[in-house]
Design a protein around this ligand. Structure first.
Ligand code: ZN
Length: 365
């Protein structure tokens, strides 16, 4: 596997290939749409409670990820997705020496994992809004730079307008530089010339390595030690202390369980996407609606139809409590109920009808 995926020839067996790094990044990018989808489903089901929550789904997602990534950085020295791919973060001390992440490196990691994507997303959204998004591509000059210039603008309005224009003109370049920097680092990384596969990791002097057997043993040992410390603390603790220990343990178990639950949510989302994109689903959706059946003609020996449509064929008066039967004709409820319970057939067409097939028609006027 390593021989195939490592283009850059480096002797370090713990150096991950770019493909592993990109795979974990892709996985992290998929988490947000997956969680958003789950939230959408529940917001539709319980709109009263969740619709307001849904409007802040980006913020909620960032907050959730802050807890999750914080936990994984603390326990595994890696982000959630890195951990899933068997990778961890190490501090680069010098060319050869690697150490555990310092607290400030962990904070920087959190910022680059969650804060920066959040800010970038919000900037992307406001750029879309300012330029008119897809509409601008269609209508072109409608969204011209000076189109929002009011007649006599105040100083603050002018500053805001110029600020918006400056943002609109400069943001594509900023975005371009951002993506070019990431791309350049990836190219250099692939040829083994750097230990950092992104500029942010370089900035925080953090490298990514494969998790070794030694790491796994150490993790297992520290886990046992914590468990032992917890149980001894639990025995000496008071009622409230025991409660606190119990809650902490459940939360940490829940966070560990996410390792299985979050990838599952991605597979679920991918399945849903496939389902709605597949031909199988489309076949059903694009079937033409069958034409309505021909009306059943009145039987020659049946009750004749009155000339006015709001008259009951049975009592020949204006209909009250309009009620229909499967043959499609409408009568007063008392008339048709009496008729069907006695004759068990439609008075107009003489087609067999049962009492429980009577349907009340509600008028909105
Ligand atoms: Zn009637």
């Amino acid at each position: 596997m390593e021989n195939i995926s490592n283009i850059g020839t480096t002797s370090d067996p713990y150096r991950p290939s770019l493909f592993e790094l990109i795979a974990q990044e892709r996985m992290r990018e998929l988490l947000q749409p997956a969680l958003r989808y789950i939230l959408t489903v529940y917001a539709q089901r319980y709109p009263r409670y969740l619709l307001r929550v849904f409007n802040y789904s980006d913020e909620i997602y960032s907050l959730l990820m802050l807890i999750i990534e914080g936990h994984y950085l603390h326990v595994w020295q890696s982000s959630f997705a890195e951990n899933f791919y068997g990778l961890k973060r190490v501090a680069v001390v010098d060319k050869e020496t690697r150490a555990k992440l310092s607290p400030s490196q962990k904070r920087l990691s959190l910022f680059f994992l969650i804060g920066m994507p959040y800010i970038k997303q919000k900037l992307d959204e406001s750029y879309e809004k300012l330029t008119g998004g897809a509409a601008a591509h269609i209508f072109g000059s409608l969204f011209d730079a000076d189109s929002d210039r009011p007649e006599n603008e105040t100083m603050t309005q002018r500053i805001k307008r110029l600020g918006r224009n400056a943002f609109r003109h400069s943001y594509p370049y900023v975005n371009g530089i951002y993506n070019a920097a990431i791309f350049a680092y990836q190219i250099v990384y692939i040829y083994g010339k750097t230990d950092y596969y992104s500029p942010w990791l370089h900035f925080s002097r953090t490298a990514i390595q494969r998790i070794s057997q030694k790491d796994l043993d150490e993790h297992e040992q520290s886990r046992k030690l914590t468990a032992a410390a917890r149980s001894s603390a639990l025995q000496s603790a008071s009622g409230i202390g025991q409660m606190r220990h119990f809650i902490i343990r459940q939360i940490s178990r829940g966070l560990d369980f996410l390792r299985y639950a979050l990838p599952m949510s991605i597979f679920f989302l991918k399945f849903i996407e496939w389902w709605y994109a597949s031909d199988y689903h489309k076949q059903k959706a694009f079937q033409p609606i069958p034409p309505p059946p021909d009306p059943i003609p009145p039987h020659p020996q049946g009750t004749p139809l009155p000339p006015e449509s709001d008259t009951c064929p049975l009592c020949k008066r204006e209909r009250t409590n309009s009620t229909t039967i499967p043959t499609g004709y409408v009568f007063c409820y008392p008339c048709i109920f009496a008729h069907v319970s006695e004759n068990e057939r439609c008075p107009v067409t003489l087609v067999p009808v049962k009492v429980d097939e009577l349907r009340k028609i509600y008028s909105v006027t």
